[in-house]
Design a protein around this ligand. Structure first.
Ligand code: ZN
Length: 290
């Protein structure tokens, strides 16, 4: 169920009613506000057998879409989009839709396309087919090739309001105190709120600030960028909870350091380097606490 973004919903409802979907869209706006989810809902709506646009539907096509197995909806969600994956979906784009009247390609984090991949993709955008719809999703549109941007119709997505975020998180079954705390830290992003809630719920005794050695061991055993991100979020919450009334400068600096690690995870900074940097900051701040 899509919550928020009413303006965009109305625009696309009209487009679908008039059969005037274009070949390429660019969805922009802050990270985590639901652009990719909106793109999948748009694809589902356009392919729906009952024309139930953005509403819950159990037709055969919507059920396929909900299971993530619709043959006419492809989502590219690589950490970095390389030429091989672009070639693969371009080849597929020349085949007519399997099941519905369109074929959708949702390219998440389109700004991570390599230059080679972007140039190859540009050729496809220049020769659009009637039945293919590309939706590029990004929170960093300045990093896209200008020639790609100019061939897409841009749709901006704003931050979600408190009530909209509350509904999204409440539907996912989180408890209301935790939800309010997460929203206050998440600046309008559903993805960030969920990260915060997940991080918090995953906290166990070992992860609490019981000993620096345990913390270092936890960080060293992290194997992926996502895991480090979740860990850093839970650490952030933990420090905030435990030390927010101490007013000590070093904890405020530590919170900034943690946020910096989370931010660098978005760039191509080496994972091991970020782990080491987090460990050294932990050492500085927590040595005398433990
Ligand atoms: Zn349907």
């Amino acid at each position: 169920m899509l919550i928020g973004h009413e303006r965009q919903k109305n625009i696309f409802k009209n487009i679908l009613l008039n059969n005037s979907l274009l070949n390429s869209y660019l969805f922009t706006g802050n990270e985590g506000v639901g652009k990719k989810f909106f793109a999948t809902e748009l694809a589902r709506s356009a392919l729906c057998k009952d024309d139930s646009f953005f509403e819950e539907c159990f037709c055969s096509s919507c059920r396929l879409a909900a299971s993530g197995n619709h043959p006419d909806i492809r989502i590219v969600d690589d950490e970095s989009i390389k030429i091989d994956s672009v070639r693969e979906f371009i080849a597929d784009a020349h085949i007519s839709p399997y099941y519905g009247k369109y074929k959708f390609y949702i390219i998440n984090n389109a700004h991570t396309m390599t230059r080679e991949a972007a140039n190859s993709f540009l050729k496809t955008l220049e020769e659009p087919s009637d039945t293919t719809v590309f939706i590029l999703v990004t929170h960093r549109q300045a990093k896209l090739l200008p020639t790609i941007r100019s061939r897409c119709v841009e749709m901006k997505f704003g931050r979600l309001t408190f009530d909209q975020l509350y509904n999204i998180l409440n539907n996912k079954g989180y408890n209301s105190d935790d939800i309010e705390k997460a929203i206050s830290l998440a600046s309008g992003s559903a993805a960030t709120s969920i990260n915060l809630l997940e991080g918090d719920l995953k906290l166990d005794n070992q992860r609490k600030m019981d000993s620096l050695e345990n913390l270092i061991y936890d960080v060293l055993s992290i194997k992926s960028r996502d895991d480090l991100k979740n860990y850093a979020f839970s650490l952030y919450i933990n420090v905030l909870d435990n030390y927010k009334n101490s007013y000590e400068q070093k904890f405020l600096y530590f919170l900034d350091d943690i946020l910096r690690v989370i931010k660098y995870l978005e760039y191509n900074v080496n994972l091991e380097m970020l782990k080491m940097s987090l460990i050294s900051k932990m050492g500085e701040v927590l040595r005398e606490e433990t």
